[in-house]
Design a protein. Structure first.
Ligand code: P6P
Length: 336
């Protein structure tokens, strides 16, 4: 049972036995993410002071300008995960293809693959708005002893064994699940220790916050337009409040605490939306469902989708259960 002010390290050890697979490997994996989070946090917190912000002059596989901090965060998480000799493969938003980790696993005995968005919301870095890291962990499905393959990464979200995020905000937090609820840990930067500050996080079933980039309104499907107008009309506990930070992790985190819905729908500009299924939507969906929330592509459960490509995008509706279900009603009623 989670006890407030427990350290992340104590929590991992205490809950290790409840995890159906572990011989400690997953614990070591979460610990490596904890270490990388502290290292990246240190750089994020001083991004304004050194010449580390601003585009690195290259673009990533998504065609987006790569900020130097994107590159740094990507390198740190990959290095830390590789060094611990626990994973057999890593996929990252910043890498065109998956990385086979066999530098220390030449016999391919490691059982886990990790998918990461090393610094989500990076366009906010040089305007001092919070950003985040998102991670998703699976057990490999191809035989141990053979090289990892793309099939190990293209698993449905409901096969995840763990998922979480780091939010580099007014404080730095790690929020994660191993399938037994969601717990949040806040970093005490003075001593570099994460403490359990938000045990058993739960989405309120209802909320009064909707998060969507309304600048895309004219490009949205009719069902999304109708739902946004529903949020804005004078009726009962509406109009709702519009809050959109432009960082999925931050909008999700606020909505999980206060109640709300985050939407990144498809549009005439983005036929499958913008967010990536494997390292953004699936991990956030796992967290949402573990916190009594819901995650949908507007018509069905995100974690039931069978991935076909590493960087594929899907429409994303996530948050308080009743709000997501209401949005789904509009999507179904006005589907084109
Ligand atoms: P837009 C950041 O790039 C991100 O992936 C999410 O974190 C964020 O919610 C969204 O894209 C913002 O996209 O098109 O509204 O600027």
């Amino acid at each position: 049972m989670a006890k407030k002010n427990q350290t992340l390290g104590e929590f991992i050890i205490e809950n290790q036995a409840s995890f159906k697979y572990t011989s400690g490997e997953l614990s070591r994996l979460i610990n490596s993410i904890r270490l990388a989070a502290k290292v990246v946090n240190h750089e994020v917190n001083k991004a304004g002071l050194v010449d580390i912000i601003g585009a690195a002059g290259e673009t990533n596989v998504q065609g987006e300008d790569q900020q130097k901090l994107d590159v740094y965060a990507n390198e740190k998480f990959i290095q830390t995960l590789t060094k611990r000799n626990i994973v057999c493969g890593i996929a990252s938003e910043e890498e065109d293809d998956f990385i086979e980790v066999n530098s220390q696993d030449e016999n391919h005995q490691n059982k886990y693959v990790v998918l990461i968005d090393p610094l989500d919301g990076s366009s906010n870095i040089d305007v001092n708005v919070s950003v985040g890291t998102i991670f998703s962990i699976y057990r490999r499905v191809t035989p141990v002893g053979t090289p990892v393959t793309i099939e190990d990464f293209l698993q449905k979200g409901n096969e995840q064994v763990a998922a979480g995020y780091v939010v580099y905000g007014t404080s730095t937090m790690i929020v994660y699940t191993t399938g037994d609820g969601v717990n949040g840990f806040t970093l005490n930067p003075a001593i570099g220790t994460f403490y359990l500050s938000h045990p058993n996080m739960q989405f309120p079933e209802d909320g009064k916050i909707y998060s969507v980039n309304e600048g895309n309104y004219i490009h949205f499907p009719l069902g999304v337009k109708k739902y946004i107008k529903y949020c804005q009309e004078e009726e009962g506990d509406r109009p709702y409040t519009s809050r959109y930070i432009g960082s999925l992790v931050s909008d999700f985190h606020r909505n999980m605490i206060k109640g709300g819905i985050y939407m990144y729908p498809k549009s005439s500009k983005n036929s499958n939306g913008k967010l990536r299924l494997l390292y953004e939507c699936n991990p956030m969906a796992f967290l949402a469902e573990q916190a009594n929330g819901k995650a949908s592509d507007g018509f069905g459960r995100i974690m039931d989708l069978k991935p076909t490509e590493l960087h594929q995008r899907v429409p994303f509706f996530c948050g308080s259960k009743n709000m997501v279900e209401k949005a789904e009603e509009f999507m179904k009623e006005f589907s084109e």
